[in-house]
Design a binder for this molecule. Structure first.
Ligand SMILES: NC(=O)C1=CN([C@@H]2O[C@H](COP(=O)(O)OP(=O)(O)OC[C@H]3O[C@@H](n4cnc5c(N)ncnc54)[C@H](OP(=O)(O)O)[C@@H]3O)[C@@H](O)[C@H]2O)C=CC1
Ligand SMILES: O=C(O)[C@@H]1CCC=N1
Length: 264
């Protein structure tokens, strides 16, 4: 693999593609004049890097890029016609399996990566799977690339990407749902929206930091509060009795099922 490949992101001005594009530039993994992105009707995300090349079609991008990241919606992928035989292809798409990517691009060197929305602030968690044809130096580069937007792990089976699409790819929406439920309850109790939102968001991020930094498992923290015998114990027991775990598990099953189905 060439030391400084030109990186192309099809969908590089979309939600996820622009988060990764900006992140590789911020970390200096790719120089601005080595990045090519497709334009988007919804805006341009590279004002700070005028040397980034914006092209108006995937065909034009493929002419310029050594490594191609595909970050269009799964249902948009079918409309692309890509000839990438000799290229490393990195897909960020849910629902599109390696077999389809290989058939559609002609490449055997394919990575399926699954960042999440927190990539926009450098706090994604990004698992990725590579076909056996991806060389070890390329794997190292892919890992550095994906790690620019948060921790990243290689997984050894594509099926894990399908499951992790539901768990961590969709993941930020699930604590957002919990946060919204907490905030709306607080507001019914007369707490201002400002205090409720700051309180809840800092409580969620503080709980994550506590468990990460003290290496405490969530199960241990829950158990500690269940044993504590205080207000938290009452709250946890009522939530568990109301089917909290079952609701979460049903949601993950539904997202996993959706992640296993190509939309065409
Ligand atoms: N958003 C998320 O949290 C996550 C998304 N993903 C995956 O990332 C992928 C992208 O999602 P997301 O960023 O949310 O979607 P967006 O709709 O925000 O971005 C898709 C981008 O692709 C562009 N595009 C579509 N068709 C073409 C084409 N034929 N040629 C060139 N560009 C094209 C769109 O341009 P235009 O705006 O003009 O239509 C848009 O900029 C999806 O496959 C999704 O499954 C994975 C994990 C998390
Ligand atoms: O909701 C979605 O389909 C995308 C893919 C994984 C997370 N978000």
């Amino acid at each position: 693999m060439k030391q400084l490949p030109t990186l192309g992101i099809i969908g590089g001005n979309g939600w996820l593609g622009s988060a990764l594009g900006r992140s590789v530039l911020t970390h200096g993994l790719v120089a601005p004049d080595q990045l090519v992105v497709t334009t988007s009707r919804s805006g341009h995300h590279y004002q700070a890097w005028p040397e980034v090349t914006c092209v108006d079609s995937a065909d034009a991008l493929v002419e310029l890029a050594d490594v191609v990241i595909v970050s269009v919606r799964p249902e948009q992928f079918d409309t692309l016609s890509l000839s990438l035989e000799m290229r490393l292809v990195i897909s960020l798409m849910a629902k599109v399996p390696i077999s389809t990517l290989a058939r559609a691009t002609g490449s055997e060197r394919i990575v399926r990566a699954m960042p999440n929305a927190a990539a926009a602030v450098g706090h994604s968690y990004t698992p990725w799977y590579a076909t056996p044809e991806v060389a070890s130096d390329e794997r190292g580069w892919v890992h550095r690339l994906l790690s620019t937007c948060g921790p990243s792990d290689e997984v050894k089976e594509e099926a894990q990407i399908e499951y992790l699409t539901a768990l961590t790819g969709s993941g930020p929406a699930f604590p957002a749902l919990l946060a919204d439920a907490l905030i709306s309850h607080a507001m019914t109790q007369g707490v201002s929206e400002l205090v409720a939102r700051r309180g809840v968001l800092h409580t969620l991020s503080g709980a994550s930091q506590l468990m990460l930094e003290e290496n405490t498992s969530p199960a241990q923290l829950v158990e500690r509060f269940l044993d504590y015998g205080g207000t938290t114990t009452e709250g946890l027991n009522a939530m568990l009795d109301s089917g909290f775990r079952q609701a979460v598990h049903q949601g993950l099953d539904a997202a996993h099922e959706a992640a296993r189905h190509t939309p065409y």
